[in-house]
Design a protein around this ligand. Structure first.
Ligand code: NAD
Ligand code: 89V
Length: 343
């Protein structure tokens, strides 16, 4: 029998991936689910054979019988649900984006710290196989010390059919997708001191920005560009690949479309296939993201057992979320924004 029993809140579009992944995670299982929408509750409950079903998260937490909570709702409910889990001393995973504002995110971290329960943000992109391969290349000093980077996600994929709410918010690409790309930039090149951003809306059918270009100054002296677009019509659609370029003192690295990693240094050029595994329940092109969902949930379970902090803990993700807030501020004022004072 698994050591850890979880309860999932929010049975929508993305939660189905999380439920599939929980079935594959060693030592954890989902024993209760909750959704305000009875149809979503029925669909996910029937698909995954979950008997305990709730329309009210407060009632589910009051009944208990589980060791952690996995929040897969959209952003506006995150603070109330995380604080509810903390009030029951339940370890909690919360989907990205962390919260509507940095103030809310800080309050959520404080609420979990006050009762000494772990909070992990489900920031899964750094767990993708190609991103892990890039990190490993740096850790094994294959290009020396990186001094420049580019983290790029440019696509014309229709994300609005699966996630219609993405067309409706005043904020779009930085808050929903750029948040992942900024997190990857932090994961690869380290924390950021200053940020400058420019945004555009190309698609007239949506409310928020669908193009952003962001310049980052990293604490270690490296400079990087994070560029994201959902208005890019390419000959071969790259969704959902993040492409990376890094220049280092001893070589360079290119993560190219098609999950091809090219590393050049004094020994020559090596090309690696860093394709994600197509899990049995996954489907292209989402399999890269789906595999990373399994990886982050396995990581959570292992850290729950060991008591060590997770890679994307609330405290860590505040630093990514601060970059999102700073990007919107910089785009509005056309001024660089210092990150330190925000955290
Ligand atoms: P969705 O709207 O399809 O699903 C959300 C579900 O939560 C709905 O069924 C809704 O009824 C339910 N819900 C909302 N508030 C609730 C509450 N207080 N109590 C109970 N149920 C509640 O949204 P989605 O597309 O599945 O996105 C969910 C989250 O996942 C978002 O924050 C989104 O940004 C994130 N997401 C992450 C990734 C990733 O790769 N990490 C990918 C897609 C979406
Ligand atoms: O990963 C996400 O958060 C998704 C998508 C890849 C479509 O942007 O919303």
């Amino acid at each position: 029998m698994p050591s850890f029993r979880g309860a999932l809140i929010g049975c929508g579009f993305f939660a189905v991936n999380q439920m599939h992944a929980w079935q594959d995670v060693e030592d954890a299982e989902i024993v209760a689910i909750c959704d305000r929408d009875p149809e979503r509750l029925r669909i996910v409950g029937d698909q995954f054979g979950i008997a305990r079903r709730y329309s009210d998260a407060a009632q589910m937490m009051a009944d208990g019988g589980f060791d952690f909570v996995d929040i897969a709702t959209t952003v506006n409910s995150h603070r109330a649900l995380v604080e509810m889990a903390a009030s029951h001393s339940l370890p909690v995973i919360c989907q990205k984006p962390f919260a509507p504002t940095l103030r809310d995110a800080k309050a959520m971290v404080a609420a979990c710290e006050a009762v000494a329960v772990p909070l992990m943000i489900h920031e899964n992109f750094r767990w993708q196989t190609p991103i892990q391969a890039v990190r490993k290349a740096l850790e094994t000093a294959q290009i020396g010390t990186p001094f420049w980077g580019r983290f790029s996600f440019r696509s014309g994929y229709d994300v609005f059919s699966g996630q219609p709410y993405l067309a409706e918010g005043a904020r779009f690409i930085i808050e929903d997708l750029g948040i992942h790309t900024l997190d990857i930039a932090r994961y690869i090149l380290g924390d950021v001191t200053t940020l400058t951003a420019r945004t555009k809306r190309v698609n007239p059918a949506i409310k928020g920005e669908d193009v952003a270009t962001i310049l980052l100054d990293h604490e270690n002296g490296a400079t990087s560009v994070v560029d994201v677009s959902y208005a890019t019509k390419a000959s071969v659609e790259p969704f959902p690949e993040t492409l990376i370029e890094l220049d280092g003192t001893e070589g360079s690295l290119r993560l190219m479309q098609g999950y091809r990693l090219e590393i050049t240094n004094a020994s020559g050029t090596e090309i690696h296939d860093v394709s994600p595994t197509l899990l049995p329940w996954a489907s292209r092109p989402w399999h890269n993201i789906q595999e990373s969902v399994l990886a982050i949930q396995q990581h959570w379970t292992e850290r729950l057992a060991s008591g060590a902090e997770t890679s994307t803990s609330g405290a860590d993700n505040l630093k990514t979320f601060a970059l999102v807030e700073a990007a919107y501020e910089s785009a509005a004022t056309l001024q660089p924004v210092a990150i330190g004072p925000l955290i």
